[in-house]
Design a binder for this molecule. Structure first.
Ligand SMILES: Cc1ncc(COP(=O)(O)O)c(C=O)c1O
Length: 473
């Protein structure tokens, strides 16, 4: 078996590298051929097994030809980076070790402590041992943060949410900007806090949370007998890459006794771009900060992270150690599984460690700096054109814009911009996704690929023009 694995493993390495090398020269995305779709979705459960080498033929012929597109330098959709080479290199080794990083004394757990500290250091968040853990992504990291905040709020009323739930509590209000990611609302709903108690704080013309409105909403809730408890600011919104006025939000949170959460899933690393640090003032004051190594950093999916100011509160929220999990040799921090909902936990830390070790802090600064500069270039191209509008200032590496033909009215322009992303994707020369901003259809380009060039940005705009020309011809 080991000889088979060695032989097939060598072929798998070649397949992976050939795939990565071919991606930039191929289409960004292609539809799945009918025969392959049928194979992908309808295979019967195999009765007898097959040799390892055989499996690779299917991977080569039926799976690798249909990537999502995010390995390509002209992929500008959502927030999905190409995989870091170091992450690709070590992923099979994590599988070979296959530990559960719930806890115990082994490399997976010990390395996770280091990478969590490194992530905190990268964004200058005050690190305390035990105050953070990896998760599948920002969505789960946000659930961990909100659950912890909920427990603290209920503890302050002399109860334990784990015993009583929220029964008998006054409703707890959650404040997010109109531009917050949907993962916050999902977490609120999941934790039984009720989306009715989410207060949507308006944003200013640059899509930043309006702190005056935040204050007014908090006051109104107090007067209505609702308890203000959690404010989530963004360090890099998904629509426009905007950073909220973190320091001001931190001040209001402290003054009003709210938990201060920052969603830096995509944009926290933007603090490393030249001249950007002042935008992030106040990040270090958060009670919890979410940032995703599987976004800007390029760690192969999945790798999210939540950092806490205080490690004790997360443990108080999640720790449950039955006799069969008791570890009398554990150090004072205990197990990772005491700080979040996952018991068996994958060895995510190896991919994060390898990616950061390969790039070093300097390489990460270069990556963030380069992609941020490209975003500024795209914004400048849009502003210099007479057929596109820039919809928000370029702050990080997300650009929101709109195609604006001279001849169409507002409704037709809206319909056109809504239709553009799917048509662009279908042609395979570029990949972008859309959104809605201030009630109208918008295009957005998120630049994360280290090999994207200015020529790719020109190609993106030209591709949109071509699509529109063909649609209106
Ligand atoms: C700002 C922001 N927050 C949260 C998320 C959710 O992250 P995940 O998909 O890793 O759960 C995203 C995803 O793009 C995001 O951009």
């Amino acid at each position: 078996m080991m000889d088979d694995l060695r032989r097939a493993g060598r072929s798998a390495v070649d397949l992976a590298v050939d795939h990565l090398a071919a991606v930039p020269g191929g289409p960004v995305w292609r539809p799945v051929a009918e025969a392959d779709r049928s194979w992908l979705t309808r295979q019967p459960l195999p009765g007898a097994g097959r040799p390892l080498a055989d499996l690779l033929h299917d991977v080569r012929d039926r799976i690798l030809p249909y990537p999502m597109g995010n390995g390509h330098p002209r992929f500008f959709g959502w927030v999905n980076s190409p995989p870091s080479p170091a992450g690709v290199l070590v992923a099979p080794l994590a599988a070979a070790m296959n530990p559960s990083c719930a806890g115990g004394e082994h490399a997976g757990v010990l390395l996770e402590r280091t990478v969590v500290r490194w992530l905190a250091e990268l964004v200058d968040f005050p690190y305390q041992p035990g105050a953070g853990l990896l998760a599948s992504g920002a969505s789960v990291a946000t659930v961990i943060a909100l659950a912890t905040a909920r427990q603290r709020a209920v503890r302050r009323q002399g109860h334990n949410v784990r015993e009583t739930g929220l029964y008998g509590q006054r409703p707890l209000a959650i404040y997010v900007s109109a531009e917050a990611h949907s993962c916050v609302r999902k977490a609120v709903e999941l934790l039984g806090m009720g989306s009715r108690y989410i207060r949507t704080v308006p944003v200013d013309g640059a899509y930043r949370m309006e702190t005056g409105a935040l204050r007014r909403l908090i006051t109104a809730d107090r007067e209505a007998g609702v308890r203000p408890f959690f404010v989530a600011a963004s360090a890099g919104t998904v629509n426009t890459g905007t950073v909220d006025p973190l320091d001001e939000v931190a001040g209001i949170a402290r003054e009003c006794g709210l938990w201060f959460h920052i969603d830096g899933a995509y944009g926290a690393l933007g603090i490393l771009a030249e001249g950007a640090r002042h935008l992030y003032a106040g990040l270090e004051r958060a009670d919890s900060l979410v940032l995703d190594p599987h976004k800007w950093l390029g760690v192969p999916v999945d790798a999210g992270c939540v950092l806490f100011r205080d490690p004790v509160e997360a443990r108080d929220t999640f720790s449950l150690v039955p006799p069969y999990l008791r570890d009398d040799e554990a150090d004072a921090l205990g197990w990772f599984s005491e700080y979040g909902p996952e018991q068996t936990r994958p060895f995510r830390a190896l991919r994060v460690w390898a990616t950061i070790s390969h790039l070093g802090r300097e390489g990460i600064v270069r990556l963030v700096g380069r992609t941020t500069r490209l975003a500024r270039t795209l914004a400048a191209m849009i502003e210099a054109s007479d057929d596109f509008d820039l919809l928000a200032p370029a702050v990080t590496s997300v650009i929101a814009f709109r195609y604006r033909p001279a001849t169409l009215d507002a409704a037709a322009t809206d319909a056109l911009n809504q239709a553009i992303p799917a048509v662009v994707r279908g042609r395979g020369h570029a990949f972008l996704t859309g959104t809605r901003l201030s009630g109208t259809a918008a295009l957005r380009a998120c630049i994360l690929h280290p090999e994207t060039t200015e020529a790719d940005l020109t190609a993106l705009l030209d591709e949109i023009r071509t699509v529109v020309r063909e649609a209106t011809a």
